[in-house]
Every structure is written in C-alpha cells, then in structure tokens.
Ligand binder design. Structure first.
Ligand code: 13P
Ligand code: ZN
Length: 273
C-alpha cells in the first residue's frame, strides 16, 4: 500500500528529522526497549486527498477532551514500539491519527493500524496547550535520560527549583538554552490522565518537565528542538555527576554569575512559545 509520505516531500522531511532524533535517543541509551514516545502536529501538511482517507481503526478515546485539537492530525510513536526501529522506518513504528470533532476521540488513518503510545494523554494535552497559546511549536518528546532520572531518586533534588538551580550552575549554556529550567512532577502512574494534568500544570513555567523515577517530557518547535532542550539539561546532570566523582559537593557557578548571564543574554523568565 502507498504511504501517505509519497508525494508529500514536506511531510517526509519532518518524518526524516523524527527518525534522525530517535536514532540519537537510542545512541544515548535513553530508549531501552520501547522506552519513550513522541508526537508531531502534521496538520499543516494535510491536503484534500489526505483528508479524504478512510479510517483504518475504530473510534478511540484520548481520555481527555482537548478543545484546541479539533481537526488536528498527529504522527505518534506506536505503543510498544522501539525508538531504534522508528529511526529506520517511522511508519512501521508509528501511525498518523486525526482528532474527531468531539475533541475527545481519534481515528488512525495511516499508514498502518498501529496503536499510538500509552502516553497519548500527556502528549496531546501539551499539543492542546501549544495550540491554545497560539504557538508554532509542533513537537512533544518523552524520553528516559539516565542522569536526570537518577537525580529524581535523590530526595533533595525532588523540586523544580533545586533541580533547576543545580543544573543551571553547572555550565552557562544550560542557563542560556534552558532559561526556564526543569520542572518536577512527583511519581504518577505512566500513561495516566493524572500524569498528563500534572505535566500540563508545569509546562508553562519550565522548558522541560521531569517525571519522578521515570523520564522527561519536552515541547519544541520541531523534534530536534525538543531533543536539544532535553539534551542540554541532561548534559548538566552529567557534569554534576562527574564533578561529584572528583571530590566533594560540586561548587557550581555563583548566583551572581548566573544573574549576570541572565541579564547579559536577556534570558526570558516566562515561556515564550
Ligand atoms: P509506549 O511504548 O506506550 O510509548 O510507552 C513507553 C514509555 O516510555 C511509557 O512511559
Ligand atoms: Zn516512559
């Protein structure tokens, strides 16, 4: 059967970038087995021919009503699918869905009837927030970055404020490229609406959110951007861990130096989507 990617080079380009990013996730050791998931808003690439596609699934429930998603189309990783397989063929490890008019359900329309990720409530809640903010962001990415997840096992780091201050102080780039820092969400069951609601509550204040003892979720202009956001923060965690191996508690940049960087680079203090 013909793929929806055929004859749609702009959509193909987006999928190519998603494949490139998922390769990085595997190489970094952040994507064991089926670990992690992602969605991408592809609505702008949907033409009349695509709109006429018949569903290849029944009507499926999101678990939440998300009013801004009416008529939107998303590429989603499939549940149980591996990032390393997705990096070779996105349409064999994911599917394209369209949101129905009730804004609470969806159908799979291409290429294969692959059930979307179990974290769909969190991803689509973020997509709904993005659209509601009038933003041009398109990507959401959940992954399992080793050092950040490890930090969430240490009580003193279980706070967005402490995590952010510690990570920012490791290297100026973290402050520059993740100026809102890392939010923290106490443990919630994977795939639940409770986790989705807690994530939504934090994403307006932080660049990336850390799910305790689980992983991160980020939003981005595109998938590379969402990856970079996560990577910058995890790099700071790696520096913290390495410094700790050399001696006592790492010093970190002083609050004065960090304030200077914030002023010099005119870093935003609230989310600019
Ligand atoms: P899925 O395979 O359903 O995407 O789940 C992976 C995961 O990381 C859950 O949090
Ligand atoms: Zn996960």
């Amino acid at each position: 059967m013909k793929s929806v990617l055929e004859g749609r080079p702009a959509l193909q380009e987006v999928i190519d970038q998603i494949q490139e990013v998922t390769g990085y996730l595997w190489q970094k050791g952040w994507a064991e087995r089926n670990g992690g998931n992602l969605t991408y808003n592809i609505t702008e690439f949907v033409d009349e021919q695509m709109r006429a596609l018949p569903p290849i699934s029944g009507v499926l429930q999101i678990g939440k009503t998300l009013p801004n998603l009416k008529g939107c189309w998303f590429y989603c990783k499939g549940t149980g699918k591996r990032m390393r397989d997705l990096s070779k063929n996105a349409m064999e490890a994911g599917a394209i869905i369209r949101i129905l008019d009730d804004c609470a359900s969806y159908e799979i329309v291409a290429d294969k009837c692959i059930m979307p990720t179990s974290e769909l409530p969190s991803h689509l809640s973020l997509q709904d927030y993005i659209i509601g903010s009038g933003s041009s962001y398109k990507a959401t990415l959940h992954t399992h970055p080793i050092e950040l997840v490890a930090m969430s096992h240490i009580r003193k780091f279980c706070s967005g404020e402490v995590l952010t201050r510690t990570l920012w102080s490791m290297i100026p780039e973290t402050l520059a490229f993740a100026p809102l820092g890392l939010g923290f969400i106490p443990f919630a069951l994977p795939g639940t609406v409770q986790l989705a609601d807690a994530t939504l509550e934090q994403i307006g204040r932080y660049d990336v959110v850390l799910w305790e003892k689980h992983g991160t979720i980020a939003v981005g202009l595109d998938m590379m951007d969402a990856f970079d956001q996560t990577d910058v923060l995890n790099k700071a965690a790696c520096i913290y861990k390495t410094a700790l191996q050399f001696g006592p508690e790492p010093e970190g940049m002083s609050p004065e130096s960090m304030a200077e960087i914030q002023t010099l680079f005119k870093l935003p203090k609230t989310r600019v989507l």
